[in-house]
Design a protein around this ligand. Structure first.
Ligand SMILES: *Cc1c(COP(=O)(O)O)cnc(C)c1O
Length: 848
């Protein structure tokens, strides 16, 4: 027999109403006092619902509710938390400008932040890994600092997969349906109280989209959902799973996110000035913006393009080309023919926007790069890698000039700090860090934290981690139907006294989770050292289609069994934010050994570092910007090899050496005190340096100052007098377009050889350029000097005179520095930096 399910909302006693109110705001998942409040009510139930405040309150028996409503101690604590919440929500925001001044954010200067995934809490399963967690942390930081930002994403019926490890050690996937009425997610309602829905044409079908919302502190995250009865069965499935393999479903999801996302904002009356694309998945947004400006607002295509470029920020996260989002061009033809033609554009010229070479592939990041003014990677090193990777889009530029910058990632402190370290922060740093951790002076307070308090805090977390892992293992084995003997064994694994290494991340092969298994005998010796024992906790999912990744999981499990190390090497299944939190707060050392430079940033090491967990990591991603010799360890031995096997072997050797000679030595050195003083000094250094440099407020402030603030003031100028400035840009472009073919550098004289290059004297340069009637004011000539491969200096030459035949003379000089092989070149380009930034194709070099 079947039932049709319907849902009845529980009735709460009046005095508990605030408890319901805060449960619908993600704030209650990251504020430690709110979390403690729920835990106090019923810790078992709270754990069993994955710390989901909404589900928790729904499942709480009415008699318990009744009892609570009369418990004056509880009501007192609830009122305190509720007050804190009200204060948080009423906080008037500001951002810190480049001079360090706090400036109130203008509410009209809002930003729409598009992302395929958002990871805010383990109970809202619409994320897969680092990209999503970063996006979630970003929204939280925007809320903390009061920056007007809206998140746009998709509501996945099943989210990402849940990982189950079968008895043979092979990963299986399980897909659990998200029950939204049990989550802090609500339907967005219109003025008459009805859910907001709207149609979007995908090929020939009207697909209906429903809008949901999540309150992330003061920030709204809007999520789009096609799983509604109005839709055909196939349309209902579009938003089923995150990162579907089926290319048709994938492009449909991205159409919903990009094009649907803009429509949703319109319907909600939100008018963001800036659109920030977190990865290329949402790039189809550009097409919808174009349609709006060209068709609805009757703007010219060129003008609309300028406006879009100048209000778009694109962040790339993927350092290998193939990992970037792309579609065969037939897909673009199939899905966008109508849209593109309605813009008066041919499909062929549109396809050009996503191409690098003649292969018939449309790359979303290329499309996004071409239609944004600011683009960035997510660490200094990744900025370089990205410039190199996409340099073909800017074929005339010097490698260093490719306009892709970087903003290094950060993490949201309150989400990732342990309760214990949070209390230390509250007491020694003061509560300001909750709103303005970007201010460097706040971090000076770390040095005042007594060493023994740090050690005690860490010890408690570690004990809790061990208990947590044991419970997880027991639970896993019980579900698998394992024999009682192994269950009993699992309930005793790990020892909170032992030096504990954590390794948790997606099991993508480049992350090399099995690096430590290179020499199993040596590893066993390290783990089983009777004086200085070591243990390792692993966690992480392999992508369902990634057999190699799954094999690595199996390899680790086999190693533990084969070498009798089940007490020392454990794998916790179904990695999520809950497991991540426990691990980054409770282990001693955080291991990170990707193949450099494939880890664009990495953020789990940042989460660990702020908790005083010491990073042991390849100098990749964020780590080269933070490592100072006293806050962790750097794995560098592989750098000199290009062969992956040699690299891996050298790096494994170095990790063993470090473990044997330094890390265990330092950790077990307790002659002065009951805890290892030098180790705790390193922990403190880690909390200080990682916290100060890699908190999410710093990252957000950097995006604000480098990109958003510039675009806001720029947009004000562009929009004045009915877009007069854009008209001027377009007119200038026409002028350049007509003349550019014939303009060139005719001749140049530097006389370097006759001056003898080792003399540090000023060497004159004389250049003659043919301007074909263009004014010398429109152009500039630069001498490019490269004293070594890494440095490039441009020296602007002075215009001297114009001859009858439209040839202009320029002169200047430069001074030789350094020694060894050096180079120079000379170029001509538009004199306006602003214009050149928009049209980087206008540059001609003397030496080709
Ligand atoms: C932080 C986090 C990640 C990202 O970690 P990396 O170091 O970037 O690999 C992935 N998954 C979860 C659940 C996380 O919390």
């Amino acid at each position: 027999m079947k039932f049709k399910n319907f849902y009845v909302k529980p009735v709460a006693p009046d005095s508990l109403e605030p408890l319901y109110e805060i449960s619908y705001n993600m704030w209650s998942t990251w504020d430690k006092e709110a979390e403690r409040l729920y835990r106090r009510i019923n810790p078992e139930l709270f754990r069993s619902v994955k710390h989901n405040p909404v589900e928790f309150l729904h499942k709480l028996p009415p008699e318990e509710m009744e009892r609570l409503s009369k418990d004056s101690g509880f009501i007192y604590e609830l009122e305190k938390v509720y007050d804190k919440f009200k204060r948080y929500m009423g906080f008037e925001g500001y951002y810190t400008d480049e001079e360090g001044t706090d400036v109130p954010a203008d509410k009209d200067d809002s930003i729409a932040y598009f992302s395929m995934e958002f990871g805010m809490h383990e109970s809202v399963a619409i994320y897969s890994g680092g990209l999503g967690v970063l996006a979630g942390d970003y929204l939280k930081a925007a809320s903390d600092t009061g920056i007007p930002l809206y998140g746009i994403g998709l509501l996945y019926t099943y989210g990402y997969m849940n990982q189950r490890i079968a008895i043979d050690g092979f990963q299986q996937e399980e897909y659990l349906e998200n029950k939204w009425y049990l989550k802090p997610v609500r339907e967005t309602l219109n003025a008459s109280g009805e859910p907001v829905m709207f149609p979007l044409k995908i090929k020939n079908e009207d697909v209906w989209i429903k809008i949901w919302e999540i309150d992330v502190g003061k920030v709204k995250l809007y999520l789009l959902d096609t799983n509604i009865p109005q839709n055909s069965l196939s349309a209902r499935c579009i938003t089923d799973h995150l990162y579907v393999g089926d290319k048709h479903l994938r492009i449909q999801q991205e159409i919903i996110l990009g094009q649907g996302g803009l429509k949703a904002l319109d319907i909600l009356g939100i008018k963001p000035k800036i659109f920030h694309l977190n990865e290329g998945h949402s790039a189809f947004l550009i097409i919808e913006r174009m349609k709006k400006l060209v068709i609805d607002n009757k703007m010219s295509f060129e003008k609309a393009k300028q406006l879009i470029v100048q209000s778009t920020v694109f962040t790339t996260h993927t350092p290998v080309i193939e990992g970037n989002e792309h579609f065969d061009e037939t897909f673009i033809r199939e899905y966008f023919k109508h849209d593109v033609e309605s813009l008066g554009m041919t499909l062929d010229s549109f396809l050009q926007c996503g191409r690098v070479d003649n292969s018939r592939i449309f790359w979303l990041p290329i499309f996004a790069i071409k239609y944004s003014k600011f683009r960035n990677g997510v660490s200094k090193l990744h900025g370089e890698v990205s410039r190199n990777m996409w340099k073909e889009i800017f074929p005339h530029m010097h490698d260093d000039e490719v306009p892709i910058g970087y903003v290094t990632n950060g993490v949201h402190l309150q989400t990732w700090l342990s309760m214990e370290i949070t209390y230390l922060f509250d007491r020694y740093l003061g509560p300001d860090y909750m709103h303005r951790a970007n201010r460097a002076e706040i971090w000076e307070g770390v040095s005042a934290i007594p060493n023994n308090e740090i050690w005690e805090a860490h010890k408690r977390r570690k004990e809790q981690l061990v208990t947590f892992v044991r419970k997880k293992l027991v639970h896993t084995l019980q579900r698998r139907g394992a024999p009682a003997k192994s269950i009993k064994k699992a309930s005793n694994v790990l020892n909170p006294q032992f030096l504990t290494i954590g390794f948790a991340r997606r099991f993508a092969t480049y992350k090399r989770a099995n690096l430590l298994l290179q020499d199993p005998e040596r590893l066993k010796k390290i783990l089983m050292n009777p004086q200085k024992p070591v243990q390792i906790i692993f966690a992480g999912k392999a992508h369902p289609a990634d057999i190699a990744g799954k094999t690595i999981i199996k390899e680790i499990l086999n190693f533990a069994v084969e070498y009798g190390l089940e007490d020392h090497v454990v794998f916790v299944e179904d990695y999520d934010m809950d497991i991540a939190r426990h691990m980054v707060q409770g282990v001693d050392v955080w291991l990170n050994n990707p193949i450099k430079p494939l880890e664009a940033s990495g953020t789990s090491g940042i989460k660990a570092g702020i908790n005083g967990v010491l990073n042991l990591s390849v100098l990749d991603g964020w780590w080269p910007e933070c490592y100072n010799g006293n806050n962790g360890w750097a794995i560098t031995a592989g750098d000199i090899y290009s062969d992956i096997a040699q690299k891996t072997s050298a790096e494994a050797q170095q990790v063993y050496d470090l473990l044997e000679e330094e890390i265990t030595e330092k950790y077990y050195e307790k002659s002065e005190s009951y805890y290892p003083e030098p180790w705790v000094e390193m922990m403190k250094n880690s909390i200080y340096s990682v916290g100060k440099g890699f908190n999410m407020h710093r990252m957000l402030t950097e995006y604000y100052n480098k990109f958003y603030a510039k675009e806001f003031s720029n947009l004000d100028v562009l929009e004045k007098d009915n877009y007069k400035k854009i008209d001027e840009i377009i007119a200038l472009n026409k002028k350049f377009h007509d003349k550019w073919n014939s303009i060139y550098i005719k001749d140049a004289f530097t006389d370097i050889e006759s001056h003898g290059v080792n003399k540090r004297q000023s060497i004159p340069v004389e250049v003659y350029a043919y301007l074909d009637g263009m004014s010398e004011k429109d152009l500039k000539v630069e001498f490019f000097y490269s004293p070594d491969n890494n440095i490039c200096r441009e020296i602007e030459l002075k215009f001297i005179e114009m001859y009858q035949d439209n040839v202009a003379k320029y002169t200047g000089s430069f001074t030789v520095t350094g020694s060894g092989e050096q180079g120079y070149n000379i170029r001509i380009r538009p004199s306006s930096d602003f214009f050149y930034e928009l049209y980087p194709e206008y540059v001609k070099w003397f030496i080709k």
